[in-house]
Design a protein around this ligand. Structure first.
Ligand code: VGL
Ligand code: ZN
Length: 227
């Protein structure tokens, strides 16, 4: 399954109970960064347009930030003889290892400078700070039990549906979408033109799209939201 095969929702109307969650739009995930996502920079302006819309109607805007200590166990550099993108599956880490990225306090970990509405965000949620456990999902760490607090915040705002965009479509957007359905029991719309995949391993995107579809995640284009 590829992005072009994704079935789009027929109609979408943003409601009071909708929040926008913008995933990991950080320098290290943009071309030239430590864990570059192809065309990751090309979605910034579109994300700004959606954020502008949510801001105008006073709906919550959340940014997430991958936020690792320098010796995070998701980094290949921490494991002898391992290279970035090698497969590695231990509880809380994997299925592959990464280049060092989004290290707390570095420029690579900063949100992209071209992103607007960061200054009016309701919540900027940092995740992945536990050295032994990665956190692809913005709701639960990869141990599947440690709660990031995002659901508590969304519930406090009476949010019933999340619109997701950002990086990477096959990792943090995918895991966040799945937990939004299974753990948080929220409706989910992935804004598919405003998310780009890492594509490693090579079937990661097709698996992610299939998994999201099977879990009732909906897909829309940004223009369907802004119309
Ligand atoms: C991500 C790999 C490692 C992501 C974060 O934001 O999708 N991917 N850390
Ligand atoms: Zn990471």
């Amino acid at each position: 399954m590829a992005i072009k095969d994704v079935e789009l929702v027929g109609f979408i109307q943003v409601a009071e109970t909708d929040a926008l969650v913008i995933i990991d739009m950080q320098n290290d995930f943009l071309p030239g960064g430590q864990l570059p996502v192809n065309e990751g920079d090309e979605i910034i302006l579109g994300i700004n347009s959606i954020a502008s819309y949510f801001h105008q109607i006073n709906n919550p805007i959340v940014f997430t930030q991958d936020w690792h200590p320098p010796d995070h166990e998701s980094f290949a550099s921490v494991h002898q003889g391992k290279n970035p993108y090698d497969s590695y599956e231990v509880p809380g880490i994997g299925p592959i290892l990464w280049p060092d990225h989004c290290i707390q306090g570095t420029d690579g970990a900063k949100l992209a400078p071209g992103l607007a509405y960061v200054g009016v965000a309701n919540l900027i949620l940092q995740k992945g700070y536990n050295k032994h456990i990665d956190s692809y999902s913005a709701f639960l760490e990869n141990d599947k039990v440690t709660d990031t607090g995002l659901l508590t915040y969304l519930e406090s705002e009476n949010i019933k549906r999340v619109f997701l965009c950002g990086l990477a479509l096959d990792y943090c957007v995918n895991y966040t979408a799945i937990d939004a359905r299974k753990f948080a029991d929220l409706d989910v719309v992935v804004i598919i033109d405003l998310a780009k995949p890492v594509n490693s391993p090579e079937d990661s995107l097709s698996n992610a799209l299939k998994n999201m579809k099977e879990n009732g995640v909906l897909f829309a284009l940004s223009q369907q939201i802004l119309k």
